[in-house]
Design a protein around this ligand. Sequence first.
Ligand code: PLP
Length: 408
Amino acid sequence: MKPEEKRFSLDLIDLTKKYGSPLFVYDTTIIQKQYERLMNAFSGVHVKLHYACKALSNLEVLKFIRTLGAGLDAVSIEEVSLGIRAGYQPDQICFTPSGVGFSELEEAVHKGVKINIDNLDMLELFAQKYPEYPVCIRINPHIMAGGNLKISVGHIDSKFGISIHQLPHLLKLVDHWNIPVEGIHMHTGSDILDTEVFLGAVEILLNAAKSFPNLKYIDLGSGFKVPYKEGDIETNIEQLGQTISTRMKAFYKEYGKEVDLIFEPGKFLVSEAGVLLTEVNTVKVSPSTLFAGVNTGFNHLIRPMFYNSYHHIENISNPSGNPRVYNVVGYLCETDTFAVNRRIAEIRVGDILSFRNAGAYCFTMASNYNSRLKPAEVLLHQGKDYLVRRRESFEDLVKLQKKTGLFD
Ligand SMILES: *Cc1c(COP(=O)(O)O)cnc(C)c1O
């Protein structure tokens, strides 16, 4: 793996001196490289990318990705509003919620964004109230992508999407209410490890697509895997792109029309572009283990504790130190383990450790647990650093609370 100092355009230690730690840093160069890599993987088809902003939703990041030409995939009405605030046109935003109430769909109608419906009852209700409003339909092809149940959303007992087995019922509804279906969608989960499995799902979706004569787009969701550690399997985008391009061109012929092909990458665009920089508070030897304790915890980066994810950790203050084996742990009063038995260049109190792949699902999943403050975010763009979110203050932590006066 390339050391951090070679991946980022500015010195990360200098950034912690300037902004303090813990600190999230994102580099637009890496986001752009990933965007172009994905776009260039396809040929002869009309590909559009909708960035899945739940991965990283800082407004400046959203604006930057907009300048690349992307649309937005929003999973809550708040994310829709963020997209509009970041300058996306309503028709560039696709609202893909799951399990939300009808009023949230109504708000989306008022904002004029594309709506993706994943529930038959909701579809029927929607068609009665908004008969003219075009919809996209989320189909669950029941394909298991990856092995981790928490992040696979295509399996048979998943809450996501309208089951492909309910296609006959769906078609009856569409016919009865004359529903203007402009798109169909799937999002099978967060790990496309096996492109064969993914292509199986694509086949199912394209087959279903033939039952909808007025499609403007087919949305294949996401799940592109990026490497988190040396030797990790990653989605072979170039190969997948070629195979899907060939398949889509054949579909264009079968369907008699060239519709857009949409993908909704989150992790693929921003994961590697981000790093969490944290300072070592303590180095502690127990009878069996050498611990490095850092000034962050699962309140800022929950993925290791939540998904058992691996985040590569580098001691950027002492890169050529002798490697030793550490458990890297957080500062929360809770089991808060980032890494077990990890070989890292010798760690001293005050060193800065970098956690890699901290662009996706890190800040957006952060909390104030233990009454800890959320870190600042810095964006690197064309060789300069910009503070895009200041560090929280103690006042931020209490500002929404109201006094009753009863106990003063
Ligand atoms: C989360 C999500 C994505 C993005 O998934 P990644 O694995 O981050 O690429 C795309 N589409 C939908 C509907 C999602 O919920």
